[in-house]
Design a binder for this molecule. Structure first.
Ligand SMILES: [Zn+2]
Length: 294
């Protein structure tokens, strides 16, 4: 009986090099995924452009995934908000959002006076807006125009997309009746910003929501009171006093909850990273066991 041909000795299991290649693969896998998908699609930019009002509240409020906020204020000539109003908006933003930086960008844009629909505002926005939500950066856009809102008379301001707000300067000035428009402008800017944060009840629990005026507060001292956003409502509310510019305690508690509640996509990166590292650990164990048995 012929002897079987002898060849090089075969080792059982993986070679050391093969094992470390497998381990290294799982360890570094999260990196190309993060680069390729922009942190696994946490910032689906196109979706955020068309996002419903209030749906980006967590991204606005929390430092993750977007740790910067750009506030773009684009105004038709003569429609720029008073500096006092922008300062107060800045203060309210710093009270509510957690970002490493909040940058205001002021622009003058050519927008003819018109009766604007929501879609018409969005069309103007797409032609003039410079800063959109992007990886690591949240952005919010204020379009300050002459003219009015087509779908309802007397509207002072309107949140028309998840990061898009319109301000109707002429209606604010006529509501001020020749007086200083700054207090009303402040109220309108902060009220519409509040809607983008998900107030009242657009997200969160909102025990202070007025069932007769969904999305608004029952408290007339709250900037989210329903009467704040229309000329007639504000005139009735004012009675010679300054309109509210502060979020109520119930609003702030609601924002705290929304800020601290992760959105599902936020959980994806740590799950993927943990899964890869567990796989790398299992590969190490398998390699060691195979090496002992060789
Ligand atoms: Zn409102």
């Amino acid at each position: 009986m012929a002897n079987r041909p002898s060849g090089p000795a075969r080792t059982r299991g993986w070679s050391r090099l093969q094992a470390w290649v497998v381990v290294a693969f799982f360890v570094v896998l999260p990196l190309p995924l993060a680069l390729g998908f922009g942190w696994f699609g946490l910032n689906p930019v196109e979706a955020e452009r068309n996002a419903p009002v209030g749906s980006l509240s967590h991204e606005l409020l929390n430092s993750f995934p977007d740790n910067r906020l750009v506030v773009e204020i684009a105004s038709a000539p003569g429609a720029t908000p008073p500096s006092a109003s922008m300062s107060l908006l800045w203060a309210r933003m710093n009270e509510t959002v957690q970002k490493a930086s909040i940058q205001f960008v002021l622009e003058t844009v050519s927008v003819p006076s018109a009766s604007f629909t929501s879609d018409g505002l969005f069309s103007v926005e797409q032609s003039v807006r410079q800063f959109w939500p992007s990886v690591g950066q949240m952005a919010i856009f204020f379009l300050c125009v002459h003219g009015s809102y087509a779908d309802q008379s007397g509207v002072l301001g309107l949140a028309f997309r998840g990061s898009s707000i319109a301000v109707f300067t002429d209606t604010i000035e006529s509501t001020a009746g020749g007086g200083d428009p700054a207090p009303i402008t402040s109220t309108v800017l902060i009220h519409e910003f509040g809607h983008e944060l998900g107030l009242v009840g657009l997200v969160g629990s909102a025990p202070n929501e007025d069932p007769g005026h969904p999305g608004h507060s029952t408290d007339p001292n709250d900037v989210m009171y329903y009467a704040v956003e229309s000329s007639a409502g504000l005139a009735g509310l004012l009675g010679g006093t300054a309109p509210p510019t502060q979020f109520g305690a119930a609003d702030l508690a609601d924002l705290q909850t929304v800020r601290n509640t992760p959105i599902p996509l936020e959980l994806l990166p740590p799950v993927v990273v943990a899964g890869c590292w567990v796989a790398a650990g299992v590969a190490v164990l398998v390699f060691r066991r195979a090496a002992r048995q060789a």
